[in-house]
Ligand binder design. Structure first.
Ligand code: ADP
Ligand code: MG
Length: 473
């Protein structure tokens, strides 16, 4: 049996108004070559200008990944030629990345794990190529879009760990607002490095790199295929070649692209046209203060402080807005368990069904709290609360009002119920005798009270009063 070792290099586009080094728009466009500036085209004489929002958000991500940040933001040139790179070099960070030596906490099937981050650096995206039969077209919309590359240590030991890490990383991008991280728009892409080592071996095995995989499911399939392929080679006494392979998403196999023996020499040097930008402690503190509590910590809090299950906590933190909504209900005095139940079992289903975002949702946290509290105080039953919920959101009315309209308020007044009970017992002395003889006539009286009050009498109180009144006779 071999142990699998995985290291990931994740590229994610940073959400900014303009590109990393030019004033062209950084926005999704259906039309090719719409958001393009001379800098993005690499025309002679261009001067790149660093985008403050891009390096600010990059530093925020670095801090969220518990990285050490540098004293200056500076860039390097990575020289290579490819048609999607008109300048003949990419501006990236080699000397001083925005973050080094960080970590991300993840929970894989119930067990916590620290995933080590080697570095996170800011660079620019390339143009994109569309290949047709005998020709290719270049779209420069993507050229120069700020791109953050997160590089993990080779410390992921299973497909599940790799996928959980990717989900966690995506969550951090979304929670901090650094990126929209939409894989369907190619905003988040991944290079996957996989090697095998014998159980107990001291040195890592030879790795294979798979470039530019653009969906999490393909990452899973590519790793699974590589484990199988490499295992077969090793078991038949062969050796793994260090190489870059391509994952084909049609036959779900990987194919060699280039071997790493003649590794490219990028001849890095410091980008001379962008002076280093000093990063003050105040700037770092300001950025830190804007990082919200992240998913992992929220789940720990929900389990530890609110006694929720991991399953429910995971559902609540999936979308930050839902998690914020939930926390707001608690601030407003809701019982965490009741609020969590209501959100996970009713509200999310409703929002999903009608494709409504929680911020466009009629029911505010305050209204949910009112609704939950009516149940917790026994004013209405939990079954009735669902009916009230649907009427609230459909008629756009507040819970208290709907309860009145539907006439649902429970009768919790002792005297009202007692009067009914006394009258019922007076009417049927025979059933009291039956009751003494051991026959169950108790439920008959409960049923009668419910019938007379159209189900509104508080059940617990009704039972208590019937017991008391029967004992008196
Ligand atoms: P390279 O010099 O080939 O770019 P690096 O050491 O910079 O390699 O690592 C690139 C990525 O490959 C990192 O994400 C790292 O975790 C991963 N990696 C390195 N060695 C291995 C290995 N033996 N098995 C799996 N992944 C590895
Ligand atoms: Mg590398």
């Amino acid at each position: 049996m071999y142990k699998v070792v995985i290291g990931l290099e994740v590229h994610c586009e940073v959400k900014t108004n303009s590109k990393n080094f030019s004033s062209a728009l950084n926005s999704y466009s259906e039309y090719p070559n719409e958001n393009v500036d001379t800098v993005d085209l690499g025309l002679p004489g261009i001067l790149p200008v660093a985008n403050k929002e891009a390096f600010r958000k990059s530093l925020m991500m670095a801090l969220a990944l518990n990285c050490k940040t540098p004293d200056v933001v500076m860039f390097d040139r990575k020289n290579y030629y490819y048609p999607d790179l008109p300048k003949g070099y990419q501006i990236t960070q080699e000397t001083k990345p925005v973050g080094v030596n960080g970590y991300v906490m993840i929970n894989v099937n119930g067990t916590d794990k620290k995933v080590y981050i080697n570095n996170i650096h800011l660079e620019e995206d390339t143009a994109s190529l569309d290949h047709f039969g005998t020709y290719s077209l270049i779209d420069y919309n993507r050229a120069g879009v700020p791109l953050l590359e997160t590089v993990t240590e080779p410390c992921l030991y299973s497909v599940d760990e790799a996928l959980t890490f990717l989900e966690a990383l995506k969550g951090i991008f979304l929670y901090t607002g650094v990126s929209e991280a939409r894989t369907d728009r190619g905003q988040m892409r991944c290079d996957v490095n996989v090697s095998l080592m014998e159980e107990g071996a001291k040195e890592l095995g030879t790795k294979v790199e798979m470039k530019n995989i653009n969906s999490f499911n393909n990452v899973r399939l590519a790793i699974e295929y590589e484990i199988k392929r490499q295992t077969e080679i090793l078991e038949s006494g062969g050796k793994i070649t260090q190489e870059t392979r391509r994952f084909d998403d049609e036959d779900l196999k990987t194919y060699p692209m280039r071997s790493k023996v003649d590794a490219v020499d990028y001849k890095y040097y410091i980008e001379p046209n962008i002076p280093p930008i000093k990063i003050t402690d105040d700037f770092i503190e300001e950025i830190k203060s804007e990082i919200p509590m992240l998913q992992f910590e929220r789940v720990e809090k929900y389990i530890g402080e609110y006694n929720l299950s991991r399953y429910d906590s995971d559902i609540l933190v999936k979308d930050k807005k839902v998690s914020d909504y939930f926390e707001e209900t608690i601030k407003l005095g809701a019982n965490p368990k009741s609020s969590s139940n209501f959100i996970t079992s009713i509200i999310l289903g409703y929002l999903n069904k009608y494709e409504i975002g929680i911020d466009d949702f009629y029911l505010t946290p305050k209204m949910l709290v009112d609704l939950i509290n009516m149940v917790d105080k026994g004013k209405i039953s939990s079954k009735q609360s669902k009916e009230v919920f649907f009427k609230c959101v459909e008629d756009k009315k507040e819970p208290e009002e709907v309860v009145k309209i539907l006439g649902l308020t429970q009768i919790t007044d002792d005297k009202t119920i007692r009067d009914i009970v006394v009258r019922l017992l007076d009417e049927r002395p025979d059933l009291i005798i039956d009751h003494r003889k051991g026959k169950n006539t108790f439920d008959y009286f409960v049923g009668q009270v419910m019938k007379e009050t159209r189900g509104k009498a508080n059940p617990t109180l009704t039972r208590d009063i019937i017991n008391e009144e029967m004992d008196k006779r």
